[in-house]
Design a protein around this ligand. Structure first.
Ligand SMILES: Nc1ncnc2c1ncn2[C@@H]1O[C@H](COP(=O)(O)OP(=O)(O)OP(=O)(O)O)[C@@H](O)[C@H]1O
Length: 377
């Protein structure tokens, strides 16, 4: 089932929780709504489910406007962060519940309901535990029961609100992989809410990054990570260093840097912010565009070395992250002055994002030598 969301506004009192949301979701897609707390993810999910009514806008399921349809008729499967299982019912009866409460003329026979519930428990890999009660299961198992229950009604759409939020890191990771496999098997259009970037990037076909009731960017996981449309998206998707810089005569300079770090076509001259991740900074060989930093401290945490340094000319404090066996590590001693190069970065005009289309040019138009080095990693 494909879903079209058209210009949804939803306020709570005078507060705009959703401020004009448009989104097209293809049938069978697995979509992540990602954003910080309060950005409107849950409100959007609940509006799609029919648990909230938008002030304006349309939500179309397969071309049909659902806004006037009551929740029951939308046929959405919903799973919340806290597994709301019925404690007094066995696992099998929990899964069967959605079928048992159907109107009489749509309700399968008792035998078929039990068979279907058992099949779904097999699907979520809990076959054999049908007679247990929710308190006799682990958190991850309970969440899988909640998912089987949501699937029992043969939903047109599956909506998951931080489904693994309450579980520990290891179980979350296992369940993520499992959910992806389940999705590939069942093919339901699925939308899930998370504020965990890693979860969104690992699981989803496309990620919808939200901030303050609006969509900042929609794209494949690679697109949003490699080509963030706005400073917000860049910053939200991982650790960020912001280096003040400048576009001058079609070149990009780190403030105070003697040589340009890249060429740029078509960008307005003026102050910019260069966004670069700690893992995309390396010590530059002679002749490669670079800027000098003074190393302040270096610390190893397991397999990773984190180094804090200060840009000599701008004074910006930046973080560098390397695998501990990387050949740059010995040179990053506190007190050393080293030249750094950027292997990947985004540029934003200070205060306003450079258009998304323009961003790939920044790398594409870098000096040839720079590009080769960037490719070499
Ligand atoms: N029933 C409500 N009454 C008043 N304000 C609400 C209500 N529900 C949500 N809000 C407000 O709307 C905004 C968006 O909330 P929402 O729950 O959609 O955010 P979220 O991105 O899902 O956040 P979180 O990750 O913390 O769950 C928040 O500022 C929240 O306080």
């Amino acid at each position: 089932m494909d879903i079209q969301i058209r210009n949804i506004h939803k306020g709570f009192g005078s507060f705009p929780a959703l401020a004009g949301v448009d989104l097209d979701i293809a049938s069978g897609e697995l979509i992540a709504l990602l954003g910080p707390s309060g950005s409107g993810k849950t409100t959007l999910l609940r509006t799609i489910a029919g648990l909230e009514f938008p002030d304006t806008g349309q939500i179309l399921f397969g071309g049909e406007d659902t806004v006037a349809l009551p929740v029951q008729q939308r046929r959405v499967g919903f799973v919340f962060q806290h597994y709301a299982l019925f404690r007094h019912m066995t696992i099998l009866e929990n899964v069967a519940f959605g079928l048992r409460v159907r109107p009489r003329h749509e309700r399968p026979s008792d035998k078929d309901i039990k068979r279907k519930a058992a099949e779904l428990l097999d699907l979520v890999q809990l076959g054999g535990l049908e007679a247990r009660y929710p308190t006799q299961l682990s958190g991850g198992q309970r969440q899988r029961v909640a998912l089987a229950r949501a699937l029992a009604i043969e939903p047109r759409v599956l909506l998951l609100d931080e489904p693994f939020g309450a579980l520990d890191a290891k179980v979350r990771k296992d369940l993520r992989r499992w959910l992806r496999e389940l999705h590939d098997k069942t093919g339901y259009t699925t939308i899930f809410v998370t504020h965990d970037q890693e979860e969104a990037l690992e699981l989803a076909d496309r990620v919808v990054v939200m901030s303050r009731g609006r969509i900042e960017q929609v794209g494949s996981t690679d697109e949003v990570y490699e080509n963030p449309a706005t400073p917000f998206v860049f910053d939200f998707l991982g650790n960020t260093n912001i280096l003040p810089g400048e576009v001058r005569e079609h070149h990009i300079y780190v403030n105070g840097g003697p040589q340009p770090i890249a060429d740029t076509a078509g960008h307005e001259p003026g102050p910019i912010d260069i966004y670069v991740r700690p893992i995309d900074l390396r010590i530059a060989d002679a002749g490669v565009p670079s800027f000098d930093v003074d190393v302040l401290s270096t610390q190893r945490t397991g397999p990773v070395v984190r180094c804090e340094a200060r840009a000599v000319t701008s004074g910006a404090v930046i973080e560098i992250e390397l695998p501990h066996l990387h050949h740059d590590v010995p040179a990053l001693k506190a007190g050393a002055r080293v030249p750094l190069r950027l292997s990947n970065f985004s540029v934003f005009a200070r205060g306003k994002p450079i258009s998304r289309q323009a961003l790939p040019d920044v790398v594409a138009n870098a000096p040839a030598e720079y590009r080769e080095r960037a490719r070499a990693g």
